[in-house]
Design a binder for this molecule. Structure first.
Ligand code: ACM
Length: 272
């Protein structure tokens, strides 16, 4: 499968310009699956609930959805992108899978980072997979990476590729995603933004270095820290279906779930 990440610098409050930029980048490199950053069309540093409300879209509605869905249909591909979601119960930091047939699947970020907690509800999506062509895709968003349970659940659910829209501000994630690949034998696509976003007395510098890892944790490609870029890679999904580490070890078959559930017991108790 030909997969791609888009690394770009969104301009806060200019969704049309951000969309135009991303479309031009995607049009320049054909792929079957594109992964875009978290909140790529809105920008990240919200400083009031009103700003979130203004930027948010309902699932399957709004300028961002329509533009991406039209692109997917015209180019016969799938796109995963991050967006502020307006739901009946409030606002979520979400990602959407959209394909050429008009299918869309939603994921709501489970582990909110820092002041996102002031503007978004914690996600309530199951960690399931999406079937696309001969692949099963899993979605997680940015800070979900620091909870290895997220990637593990997606892998146990059968994901071949973890699609990971991010707006990273710390420097540890890219290397950690190599481990997420090794421990689950899956591909990961981490699509980050670049640049600095200052809003009032708040702001972040984002860390770029979007990357794709293979099932043994090798970085197929890592982008620069501060350059807009689209990268495509041809990956063999079968690699993610083989969970054997050697002739005698199987990553999933060798799990000892009965021991993972004995957290309250003391060592002394076991030896009595
Ligand atoms: C993050 O979760 N956007 C750091």
């Amino acid at each position: 499968m030909q997969v791609a990440f888009v690394q770009m610098e969104p301009r806060f409050g200019y969704p049309e310009a951000n969309l135009e930029k991303v479309l031009a980048m995607m049009e320049s490199k054909p792929a079957e699956l594109y992964v875009l950053p978290e909140l790529f069309a809105s920008g990240y540093v919200f400083i009031s609930p009103d700003e979130v409300a203004k930027a948010a879209d309902k699932v399957g509605d709004g300028l961002v959805y329509r533009t991406i869905a039209d692109f997917a249909k015209a180019r016969k591909c799938a796109v995963i992108y991050g967006f502020p979601e307006k739901a009946s119960e409030g606002y979520f930091n979400s990602s959407l899978f959209v394909d050429e047939f008009g299918n869309h699947k939603l994921y709501r970020k489970i582990h909110l980072f820092f002041e996102e907690k002031q503007y978004f509800l914690p996600g309530n999506s199951p960690l399931g997979t999406i079937a696309y062509r001969d692949t099963k895709l899993g979605m997680m968003i940015c800070f979900d990476w620091i909870f290895p349970e997220t990637a593990r659940c997606l892998a146990l659910a059968g994901a071949d590729i973890i699609c990971h829209p991010v707006n990273l501000v710390m420097s540890y994630c890219q290397d950690s995603m190599k481990t997420r690949s090794i421990e689950n034998r899956i591909f990961t696509i981490t699509a980050n933004r670049i640049g600095e976003e200052k809003r009032g007395d708040k702001g972040f510098k984002f860390t770029g270095k979007s990357q794709i890892t293979d099932c043994e944790g090798n970085v197929i490609y890592r982008a620069d820290v501060d350059k807009e870029e689209i990268f495509t890679a041809d990956i063999n999904i079968e690699d993610a279906r083989n969970k054997r580490v050697n002739d005698l070890n199987d990553l999933f078959g060798d799990r000892r779930v009965e021991y993972y559930n004995r957290l309250g017991e003391t060592i002394d108790g076991i030896h009595q």
